[in-house]
Design a protein around this ligand. Structure first.
Ligand SMILES: [Zn+2]
Length: 398
């Protein structure tokens, strides 16, 4: 073994949370970068060194790993899930900085802190790992949809009694709902003519404008943003400055709550017919709605209370989507929560250091409370539903 590899092995075995997170941030795990594979290898080596059984996957070029305490276990009592990919950022964002009790850097909050946490928990439980039945699922395509990661693994038999996915719902709240999304391409055809003789043509651009005006009237914004939102995210028409456009296209990003999709589709189709435009689905993401009266939520809240002395008073709605939609669609209760942090997808992404330590304690205690192999699945008193739609902290992922 060369000296540098030896150094690496020593560092791996003694890494603090700060060092671990700094190392994970340093991998530039953006779309198309080989660093994703290097990061997955680092995580896999760390986990297998501590006795976890690691399986590797690659779908459409996107790597993933599942590490379990029991070899070949596809359905552990608890699955800890996270994605290693991040959205692009300036080069300096991949060097983690610490300032006034906060860590700054790309991915510290979305969501490499969770990977570092899971690794630390395995390290701490290492002497007794065989007493537990839990897994760690790390994928690398969440920011571009998750189809080759979490969805692929679920389609290939992976599951869990409960999944912890710290990828939404800020400040220890728990996500009860996440909006779904419908991305629509709108196209219009007309008849091109010379710009000096518009009466001889039929403007496709005008059709799009009229359709958009009617659509904005049909889906007005709600004060707390909990209702359907429609926004124009793309617009293209005209080949020449003196020609009436014979073809025009627009893109709409529509976000909605669970159950609203069929009605939105029906209303938009009526508007499309009225204004002579065609609709084509670019992408469709299911909305998430979870039962908050479950023992899984109760068990997690009990642990959070013992570590922090309090739990948050209401559940939340996420405006963006995460891999939770695939897990929930498979009937897997998914706890989406995280400690204090912010700036994800922005230049100043951060996480609070003290709260990150608390989060690590919570995950460790949660595993110790619910993932023992000898432990029968306990049925605890569920919490009362405290979902409050009047106060919804903003979260957004994809
Ligand atoms: Zn994320």
């Amino acid at each position: 073994m060369s000296q540098s590899l030896l150094d690496c092995a020593i560092i791996i075995s003694n890494m603090t949370m700060e060092e671990l997170l700094r190392q994970l941030v340093a991998y530039q795990t953006v779309e198309g970068d080989e660093s994703k594979n290097a990061a997955l290898k680092f995580i896999a080596d760390y986990l297998s060194e501590r006795g976890m059984h690691v399986e590797h996957f690659k779908e459409n070029g996107y790597g993933a790993l599942v590490a379990t305490t029991i070899p070949g276990q596809k359905h552990p009592k608890v699955m800890l899930a996270a994605h290693v990919d991040v959205v692009s950022a300036s080069l300096k964002s991949f060097t983690m900085r610490k300032k006034q009790g906060k860590f700054y850097g790309r991915g510290v909050f979305d969501m490499k802190f969770a990977i570092a946490t899971f690794m630390r928990v395995v390290d701490r439980l290492q002497p007794t790992l065989s007493q537990y039945d839990f897994g760690i699922m790390i994928t690398s395509d969440e920011e571009i949809g998750g189809v080759s990661g979490v969805k692929y693994l679920l389609d290939h038999g992976y599951g869990a009694d409960v999944c912890l996915l710290p990828d939404g719902a800020d400040d220890w709240h728990i996500e009860a709902q996440a909006k779904g999304g419908w991305n629509v391409r709108v196209s219009a055809s007309g008849k091109s003519s010379h710009g000096s003789r518009p009466w001889e043509g039929e403007s496709a651009a005008d059709k799009i404008i009229d359709f958009m005006t009617a659509t904005k009237r049909e889906f007005p914004p709600s004060p707390d943003h909990t209702d359907t939102t429609v926004v124009l995210t793309g617009l293209q028409a005209g080949k020449s400055w003196n020609q009436v456009p014979g073809h025009a296209e627009a893109t709409l990003d529509i976000r909605y709550l669970n159950g609203a999709y069929p009605d939105i589709r029906r209303r938009l189709r009526i508007l499309a017919k009225t204004h002579d435009v065609s609709l084509h689905t670019n992408a469709h993401i299911e909305a998430v709605y979870q039962d908050m009266d479950s023992r899984h939520i109760y068990n997690w809240e009990r642990v959070v209370k013992s570590v922090r002395g309090e739990t948050m008073n209401e559940y939340t709605l996420s405006f963006g989507a995460s891999d939770a939609r695939f897990l929930v669609a498979q009937g897997i209760p998914t706890i989406v929560t995280r400690p204090k942090g912010g700036g994800h997808h922005g230049e100043n992404e951060w996480i609070d250091e003290a709260e990150l330590d608390q989060f690590e304690a919570c995950v460790q205690q949660y595993i110790q409370a619910v993932a023992k192999t000898t432990q029968p699945t306990t049925v605890d008193q569920p919490t009362k539903t405290r979902y409050n739609t009047t106060k919804l902290p903003e979260t957004a992922t994809s």
